[in-house]
Design a protein around this ligand. Sequence first.
Ligand SMILES: [Zn+2]
Length: 262
Amino acid sequence: MDDADYMRIAIEQSTKGDWPYGAVIVKEGAILVKGFNTSTRDRDPTAHAEVNVIRAAFRTIPGLSLTGCTLYTSSESCPMCTGAFLWAGVSRVVFGASIQQLTDVGQPQIDTSSQSIIRTAFGEVELTGGVLAEEALEVVRGWRKQVIDVAQIGKVYAQLDPPIWLVTAADGGRRGGFIATTVAQASIVDLMPRQLITVNKRHHTHELIEASGAFAMHLIDETQLELIWRFGLQSGRDVDKLAGLTFHAGATGSPLLADAVA
Ligand SMILES: [Zn+2]
């Protein structure tokens, strides 16, 4: 395996990140750890890919130094991560896209190169940049497009201001959900709240509702527009739309989203 091979793994990790960054630590040709940015899911703005893999690496080896290790990171490290790999004693760092390239595609950065910080520090770190930079940038561009699309969806829904209902169902190991396009109030009696929902028969979730005889409904609010992207724009046949969200089994056995409004 060469630099490009390890970088490809770091880039592959970057596709899983909350922000589009991934990293791998390699020691004597073997992958010690790999990881990605988890800032959103951990509610930790310091959970950059490099910090995550450095912390994970120390859970696999004794001592307080990663000397002899190479850190591969899909994008040039920010000052915080450069500080982290300097303190960790990493011998070599290889990055894909540069801070300048990230800035050029609109991704906000602290405008200080990794090299300029290394220069001020003790010890020696060999730095190599630009390995598969274009592939790394492609992931960043794709991530940005998705974020922008979610913002667009938000703008449209803010104009219409409809209540948005997420419908989920599960059958055995299969689970899925969709954003209901038609929900009508079918009762004006508070004690007997009834709603009419239309489900397209070709929908994957329709199969699950038929098979399990049950479903769950969730009212979602404007802070949960990411759910529209997740449930509205892909097919449950291809992906597990519920992956990474917190669900528990509701009264009907269908998955209930933990933080739905109702
Ligand atoms: Zn960083």
